[in-house]
Design a protein around this ligand. Structure first.
Ligand code: NOJ
Length: 584
């Protein structure tokens, strides 16, 4: 067995490690916690920080490397915490600042790294900065947000300053403020005004807040809609692009509102702040959108280092297909070569549950789990994914999520049901399923949770799956531990093995260049509806398989064959061969 690569001792001196040793984040795995739905410790139907602390042992035992905690800062919760009213404090329903500190310390005590969620683009409209800013054009915070005068059209009517639309595109990004008789910019929703990052006072305050959390020990941040922070200073119009994507209108190309040069520079500036706490020790994970060339510009900003990692979201939408997945892996490998790390994410708090996208086929979910945890890169797993939680259908009229209201003019229930991905994000945010008991282990049985429980809680829960060695949860656990045991998986190289005639098979070899004697790891996944076989060397040994019918059998001479039934995968160790898989 190889020594673990995830940090067991968070306090170890990074300088003492050799320069070539990977930084902790290069081999970590991230588990996303959505605090409101994770664990409720005080019986108010809302998850809280104490609830998270009470489940840290579970996460450590599962084998995750780091937790990313969605926002729990002071907020009116109109966008479930992504509307912050005080970045330096905690919303009372989640706990106190001392609880946040305990969360960091207790996680560290268990060898878990901690990422908080930074919403730098906008605040809540109830943030005192905005309350002051909107009150007049002359107050001390007057320039803390993006304000602009109305434009007068040919008929003398007042119009917004330009044609920019919000990220959802069905609304304008400019909102009228009667007190100032000016528009303010809100790139996402109307109650989330954009901060003015060109104002040095805003930058100084936000960077100081970042330092405050780093000083308290957080290991890094997930950066919310980071690509939207800086818009064109000259307020040029975006070019029109009337089209429909996933059943919804897209009206313009956001060339002046997304991924502007100043956004890349901001990434490098923020990196400098993090590096004050030890170069490369604190990590920035950007939620940015665009093609891979654009995303790569956030990581290397000219000659300056930028964000450590960016989300690659294509697996969130990609159809389950070996061809599609293989081409994405190739692209990610090409654009984010070592020591950079691609990220693999198949679900989060905004998008459909992967098990639902896979039509509830657990065999496919097992193949996805194997891919995510053995590819070269950082897997980001959403709470409940490890037990295969599915979407809970919640009608639009019951939505807590503010997004359906934005679409109310064009969206009705029958259309919502037909959309490739429904708009009510509540459906993926239902309480984490810890057990099959009333309250699903999330809260007290007689308490009404903030969102309804899922329909699959009887089977897709932690305590039932813990007891079943063949469960999805135990497969995740095996894979997480395998990453820790094999440096080749955690941070080794990746080489796709050509598979002639095996269109439905993906095979790749992971090797640890620093420890060639440790041998390779071979991963073979069959995404086809028929069985497949793959030749491996005599010494190959099975490390993990997605179910009992995956088998290694002796062939002629010294050959061994890996037999993979439909939708199954195996991880093998040894000096394994690639080669052509044979359909059987
Ligand atoms: C992206 C977050 O993931 C989403 O939940 C949120 O609503 C928007 N950013 C706005 O902050």
């Amino acid at each position: 067995m190889q020594p673990g690569v995830d940090p067991a001792d968070i306090s170890s001196d990074p300088e003492s490690a050799s320069d070539r040793a990977p930084k902790w984040w290069q081999s970590t795995s991230i588990y996303q916690i959505y605090p409101r739905s994770f664990a409720d410790s005080n019986g108010d139907g809302i998850g809280d920080l104490e609830g998270i602390i009470s489940r840290l042992d579970y996460l450590a035992d599962l084998g995750v490397g780091a937790i990313w905690v969605s926002p729990f800062f002071t907020s009116p919760q109109r966008d479930v915490g992504y509307d912050v009213a005080d970045y330096r404090n905690v919303s009372p329903e989640y706990g106190t600042i001392d609880d946040a500190q305990r969360l960091i310390d207790e996680a560290h005590a268990r060898g878990l790294r901690v990422l908080f969620d930074l919403v730098l683009n906008h605040t809540s409209d109830q943030h005192l900065w905005f309350v002051e800013s909107r009150s007049s054009r002359t107050n001390p915070k007057a320039d803390w947000y993006v304000w602009a005068d109305a434009r007068t059209d040919r008929l003398g009517r007042h119009r917004p300053p330009n044609n920019w639309r919000s990220e959802l595109q069905v609304e304008r990004a400019w909102r009228w403020c009667p007190e100032r008789e000016q528009y303010f910019l809100a790139s996402f929703l109307d109650f989330q005004p954009d901060l003015n990052w060109r104002n040095p006072a805003v930058r100084a305050e936000m960077f100081d807040m970042v330092r405050m959390w780093l000083g308290r020990g957080v290991d890094g941040f997930r950066l919310d809609i980071f690509g939207s922070i800086m818009q064109d200073a000259a307020l040029r119009n975006n070019p029109p692009l009337p089209t429909v994507v996933a059943g919804l209108p897209r009206l313009q190309r956001p060339v002046h509102t997304l991924n502007t040069t100043e956004n890349f520079e901001l990434a490098a500036d923020l990196r400098e702040v993090c590096d004050e706490f030890g170069p490369g020790e604190r990590v920035l994970l950007g939620e940015v959108f665009g093609d891979e060339d654009t995303l790569a510009r956030y990581v290397q900003v000219g000659d300056r280092p930028g964000l450590h990692v960016v989300f690659l979201f294509e697996f969130l939408h990609a159809s389950y297909s070996a061809k599609r997945y293989r081409s994405l892996i190739e692209r990610f490998e090409r654009r984010f070569p070592a020591p950079q790390q691609p990220t693999y994410v198949v679900e989060n708090h905004d998008r459909a549950r992967s098990m639902s996208r896979l039509g509830g086929d657990e065999r496919k979910a097992r193949v996805l789990a194997t891919l995510m945890l053995t590819l070269r890169g950082i897997p980001v797993i959403f709470q409940g994914q490890e037990v295969g939680m599915t979407n809970k259908y919640i009608p639009l009229r019951e939505a807590v999520d503010p997004i359906p209201r934005v679409f109310r003019r064009i969206l009705h229930e029958p259309l919502n049901r037909r959309l490739p991905e429904r708009l009510n994000r509540d459906e993926v945010r239902v309480p984490m399923q810890w057990s099959d008991e009333p309250g699903v282990g999330f809260t007290d049985p007689d308490v009404t949770p903030w969102l309804r429980y899922g329909d699959d809680a009887a089977t897709h829960n932690v305590s039932v799956q813990n007891e079943d060695p063949a469960s999805l949860l135990n497969l995740y656990r095996e894979l997480y531990h395998l990453r820790r045991e094999y440096p080749a998986i955690a941070h080794g190289s990746l080489e796709l093995v050509p598979v002639d005639g095996g269109d439905e098979v993906i095979a790749y070899r992971r090797g640890d260049p620093d420890q060639p004697e440790a041998g390779n790891v071979l991963v073979v996944c069959n995404l086809g509806d028929t069985g497949a076989a793959h030749r491996v060397e005599a010494g190959a040994a099975m490390l993990v398989r997605t179910d009992d019918s995956v088998a290694l059998v002796q062939g002629l001479n010294d050959e061994r064959w890996l037999n993979l039934p439909p939708h199954s995968a195996a991880v093998l160790s040894g000096s394994v061969l690639g080669g052509a898989p044979h359909r059987r």
